[in-house]
Design a protein around this ligand. Sequence first.
Ligand SMILES: [Zn+2]
Length: 269
Amino acid sequence: MFLKFLKIILHTGVTVLLTVITQIGGLVYLLTLLFIKQNVTHFRLKRTAFFILLYCSATYLIVPPLASYLGREPIKESEVLKAHALFYTLANRNYVTPELNDVLNKSAKDFQQKYPGIELVYLDASFPFIDGFPLLPHLSHNDGKKVDISFIYQDNFGNMTNLKPALSGYGVYEAPTVSEYNQPDVCEKKGYWQYDFTKYASLSTINQELKISEVGTKALSLCILKNPAVSKMFIEPHLKKRMQLYDTKVRFHGCQAVRHDDHIHFQVK
Ligand SMILES: [Zn+2]
C-alpha cells in the first residue's frame, strides 16, 4: 500500500516536472505509463525506449505543424540565427508567433551584413501551445510574443565571437562597475531576493575569457529595435546607459523580474 502511494507520488512528480520543462513531456510520460504496463518483461527498459521515441517524434514531427495551425511556430534557424543549445529545441522552448519569427530572421540577416559570421543566438522563447501557459522561470513568456537572446561577446583580442560564457545561456552577468548605477543592488535592498536568482542558472561558466562586445550587442539591439513590430526591449539600466540605447522601446523591467545583464529580452506587439 505504502509502496503504491510512493509510486503515485513519483509518477506525479515526474509528470509535473516534464510539463514545466517541456510542456508536452508530462503527457508523453503518462502515455508511456498507459501503453507499457508494469507486468511486461523488462518494463523499465521498454518504457524508457518508448518515451524517448514518442517524445522525439512528437517534438520534431507532430508538434511543429500542430502548433503552426494554432498560431505559433518554431524559430526558423539559419546560418545567422541559432539556438544557444540543443536543449531549447528539444524542450520545445523555441516557439514564437510568425511575426516574431520574422523579426528574428530579419534582425539576424541585417546584423550579419554588418558583422559577417556573427550569429543571433536565441535562448528561451515560448512553448508551442496555450496562451497564458508560462515558460518558467519567465512568467511573461506565455504567448509566443517574447524571446530572450544572448549578448554578443568578444575574445581577449577584441574580436567578436559566437562563443558565450554561460553553458545554459543565462546567469553570467555583465555587472555594473563602481561608477555605474547598480539596479541589482537597489532591487535586492528593496527585498526582491529573486532579482539575481539566475546566477544559479548558468549551470557552468565556460569561455571565461569572454567579455561583452558593447559595439556588437548595441548593433544587434539596433537591428531589432528598428523593426516596427517590436514593442519592448529589456536590458539592465547600466548597460542601456553604457551602450547609449536611448530608443523609447528599451525599458526597465521592474524589480519583480530577474536582472537582465546576462541576456536581452524583447517582444512584439
Ligand atoms: Zn525574457
